[in-house]
Design a protein around this ligand. Structure first.
Ligand code: B12
Length: 488
């Protein structure tokens, strides 16, 4: 039997379909004897793993590992499993091994690391293990050769999602437990209508994983999958997890037209320039298809900084979009990356001023304030910081407080970001998120919203952000949802 393990990553109320492991399950379905353990649902995954091992011989443990909490959960599970079953190979896939393949392989309990797409890689790895062949030919695989450690096979080209079978949701056991209420609806599903992204922004962790490639699912198939979920499980909303949801206008138009009859509310991530190129009638179609909120990487209010990031948009386009999208009643969620290493002070001031302009044009716009947290980048990291940061060389080191806080973007301790500027960024974030508490927090009571707004309005009006201790206490009391912490 093959065990597909999705270690715990989120709190139960944020549980969603584990798309990564379901994508792997899709290619095994009907061909292999496999089972899924989802640590977001199963609170004792180690026991489940041992129970399964006592019932059936396990041939391969395949683990999906995202940087951060999921990697931290993966370590003890894999360590114990290796100790109890030393002969069973363990493969890691997902963003962690894709970005840090050597660090993953430095763990004695990781034998193989799959970089990038995993559907073909797992099938080929199983065949190589069974035939006792070298895995040298498996694209996107990193592995341990006793004579040359580690071996990074060439990257795997991205294939279209249309080439693979649909996801076997029923193999999750209790599908109901994944369809939880969000601001979009009572039963929210998640879906990927494409994989990868063709842009090469120099701050983005997606570039090294998909290497500037994107492949989309046919709109007919996307709508078919969602219609199936609606029929079987009565979904009423969907969050698209695509890195870059909006493609050519005709593709988006077809998708919108096909989604419309489903009456779903949806959220997705798109590019400002792409969206601006669409005609008014396409924007209307997007709205009528159920778009409630769209996340856009605005990143900065400075054109030279945007150019340095290789973002390929301008600040003027962001302002134009903020105004134009308002007419369609879609909430834009603009994300910013603050703290340009070359001049973090000026960058922070300029971006804060720019965000204030956006809020004037469109007060409903939501603002996500990120510190710039680099990931290795094939074109060189934004801010010319190559060589300034030595990334950890093992999962254990990534799990230490210093690097864990870096990954989860809480306290990244960046050599170029003085504490006082970091504090200014955090304080501004606290003020703006209190002045306009996110519409995404369905658990926030009306009194809580009113309290945050009244406590913060003078600060925002006067531009006084320092020492917002009263807001910090109020947010703790109310435990306001933080979309940034959830990376969406
Ligand atoms: C959904 C999501 C989340 C969810 C996770 C829900 C869950 N699964 O439990 C939540 C909201 C919790 C989350 C949180 C975080 N996330 Co997140 N998240 C995403 C998002 C939007 C989609 C991931 C996804 O499901 N993709 C769809 C599947 C099909 O693709 P995939 O995962 O890449 O899987 C393919 C391959 O990787 C591979 N594969 C994956 N697993 C396996 C396993 C095996 C065995 C094999 C062989 C192959 C394989 O095959 C799959 C099919 O080809 C991505 C951005 C994106 N659009 O990809 C960011 C992203 C992955 N997240 C990221 C980050 C940083 C985080 C956080 C650390 C940030 C934070 N604020 O703390 C946290 C913590 C992560 C954690 N909890 O452990 C980064 C990672 C890169 C980086 N910068 O380090 C991304 C890329 C966002 C970004 N642009 O920065 N996230």
């Amino acid at each position: 039997m093959i065990v597909l393990l999705h270690p715990r990553a989120v709190k139960p109320k944020n549980r969603r379909f584990p798309l990564s492991i379901l994508s792997i399950a899709a290619v095994l379905e009907g061909r292999e004897h496999y089972t899924i353990i989802d640590g977001n649902l199963d609170s004792h995954p180690a026991q489940t793993l041992e129970r399964l091992a006592s019932e059936h011989p396990i041939e391969l443990l395949a683990v999906s590992v995202m940087p951060g909490p999921q990697m931290v959960s993966a370590i003890p599970l894999c360590k114990d499993f290796r100790r109890n079953h030393p002969g069973v190979p363990i493969v890691w896939g997902g963003y962690f091994p894709s970005l840090y393949a050597t660090a993953a392989l430095n763990a004695p309990y990781v034998d193989f690391a799959v970089r990038g797409p995993g559907e073909d890689a797992i099938v080929e790895l199983l065949a190589a293990l069974r035939e006792k062949k070298s895995p040298r030919h498996i694209l996107g695989l990193s592995w341990k050769d006793p004579f040359q450690f580690p071996v990074h096979n060439p990257d795997r080209p991205l294939r279209s999602p249309n080439d693979f079978p649909e996801l076997p949701y029923h193999r999750l056991g209790s599908v109901e437990k994944y369809l939880l209420p969000t601001f979009l609806g009572r039963r929210t599903a998640v879906h990927n209508a494409s994989l990868g992204c063709p842009f090469r922004c120099r701050f983005c962790g997606v570039v090294p994983v998909f290497n500037g490639r994107q492949k989309a699912e046919a709109p007919r198939r996307t709508a078919g999958v969602l219609a199936g979920l609606q029929r079987r499980y009565a979904i009423d909303a969907v969050q698209f997890y695509d890195n870059n949801f909006f493609l050519g206008e005709s593709h988006t138009r077809e998708l919108a037209d096909r989604l419309r009859p489903l009456n779903l509310k949806w959220w997705a991530e798109g590019r400002i320039d792409t969206f601006l190129r669409y005609s008014n009638s396409t924007l209307q179609a997007i709205r009528e298809s159920g778009a409630a909120m769209i996340f856009f990487g605005a990143e900065s209010g400075s054109n030279p900084v945007l150019a340095q990031m290789n973002k390929r948009i301008t600040a003027e386009q962001t302002l134009e979009l903020a105004a134009r999208i308002r007419e369609y009643g879609i909430i834009p969620e603009f994300s910013f990356v603050l703290g340009n290493p070359e001049n973090p002070d000026r960058d922070t001031r300029d971006t804060i001023a720019f965000i204030r302009k956006i809020k004037k044009l469109n007060p409903a716009a939501e603002i996500i304030v990120q510190h710039y947290i680099p990931t290795p980048h094939p074109d060189g990291m934004f801010g010319n910081i190559d060589g300034q940061l030595a990334f950890p060389s093992t999962p254990e080191e990534w799990a230490t407080g210093r690097w864990y806080n870096f990954t989860i973007r809480q306290d990244p301790r960046l050599p170029w970001l003085p504490r006082r500027i970091k504090r200014r960024i955090d304080n501004f974030e606290l003020v703006i998120n209190s002045r306009w508490p996110t519409a995404q927090d369905i658990y926030l009571p009306a009194w809580g919203r009113a309290l945050l707004q009244s406590l913060s309005s003078w600060r925002y009006a006067l531009g006084i952000y320092h020492f917002p201790w009263e807001l910090s206490c109020a947010q703790k009391l109310i435990s306001l949802r933080k979309p940034r912490w959830e990376s969406l």
